[in-house]
Design a protein around this ligand. Structure first.
Ligand SMILES: CC(C)(COP(=O)(O)OP(=O)(O)OC[C@H]1O[C@@H](n2cnc3c(N)ncnc32)[C@H](O)[C@@H]1OP(=O)(O)O)[C@@H](O)C(=O)NCCC(=O)NCCS
Length: 176
């Protein structure tokens, strides 16, 4: 499963990438990118914990899901193998839907130096293929309302909004 992308009329070595399934040895790279994703989201929603404080278990559980077959991690690598983007996804069953199974993107991040060259698009296409082979009705992703970049990208890639999450804080007298 290889996807190659080049940009423009000139082949720029840093803009060539390959998308493949994560291997066990990618654990460190995926953890690094996942921490960067967390810090990016924290810049939008300060309540998020710091990337460095994420439990290692979070990324390990993605690898476990991949081994079980109910999830997958795709990575984007530039020449010489450096991982510059990743997508984690999980198959989920929602009994309220007439076709219960959907694929949910749980995490998606592309290193800022490699954005806007089609890496997220290629990762999502691989995830879509994974979901399609497992009879998922569609592919879903949640994003922060304030993540304008991601919302633009998802709309550009054919996603539409179908649910809204509301939140109200609870004040605790002992904390005042
Ligand atoms: C959102 C993100 C994953 C997009 O990755 P990317 O590799 O730059 O995206 P792509 O180059 O594949 O672009 C995908 C589509 O989104 C559009 N897009 C990407 N960045 C955009 C931007 N800044 N403004 C407008 N549209 C944008 C592209 O035009 C493209 O559409 P097209 O195929 O019609 O041209 C990347 O910006 C990122 O990692 N952001 C920080 C982490 C994050 O927000 N992750 C999502 C959490 S849910």
């Amino acid at each position: 499963m290889l996807v190659f992308g080049t940009v423009g009329h000139f082949v720029e070595i840093t803009r060539q990438f390959e998308v493949r399934r994560a291997r066990a040895r990618d654990l460190h790279a995926v953890s690094r990118l996942n921490a960067a994703l967390q810090d990016y989201e924290r810049s939008i929603r300060p309540q998020r914990c710091k990337g460095k404080d994420l439990p290692p278990e979070y990324v390990k559980s993605m690898f476990r899901a991949q081994r079980r077959g109910d999830g997958c991690i795709f990575v984007a690598c530039i020449p010489l193998g450096r991982v510059v983007g990743f997508l984690g996804c999980l198959l989920e069953e929602d009994v309220l839907e007439s076709t219960p199974r959907a694929l949910r993107i749980t995490d998606l991040f592309v290193d800022a130096r490699y954005r806007s060259v089609g890496i997220a698009k290629a990762l999502i296409e691989e995830a879509q293929r994974f979901g399609s082979e497992r009879s998922a009705r569609g592919i879903q992703v949640n994003t922060l309302a304030g993540n304008k970049l991601a919302r633009l990208a998802y709309r550009a890639l054919g996603f539409t909004e179908y649910a809204v999450t509301y939140e109200r804080s609870i004040s605790h007298p002992s904390h005042q």
